[in-house]
Ligand binder design. Structure first.
Ligand code: SF4
Length: 73
């Protein structure tokens, strides 16, 4: 459940840890261009816009996730 993101010649993988995600809805409420509720409250990572438009937002949402379940590496 991860997607590779390429930005300014750097790459990062965005992954959601489904074992720790509390389905709080924050990520797909704030960034629906990247996170989609797959039906049970747990998000899928599906980036549907140019990454330049959302790269900084992904970093911020990952920081704001209350359970630290959005993993960038
Ligand atoms: S913000 Fe974090 S805890 Fe909330 S739904 Fe997204 S991944 Fe899960």
């Amino acid at each position: 459940m991860s997607q590779w993101v390429y930005h300014n010649r750097r790459s990062v993988s965005v992954r959601v840890d489904i074992d720790t995600c509390t389905a709080c809805e924050l990520c797909y409420d704030r960034l629906p261009e990247v996170f989609v509720d797959k039906g049970d409250g747990i998000p899928l990572v599906i980036i549907r816009v140019p990454i330049e438009n959302v790269y900084e937002d992904i970093l911020q949402v990952a920081e704001d996730c209350p359970s630290g379940s959005i993993i960038l590496y």
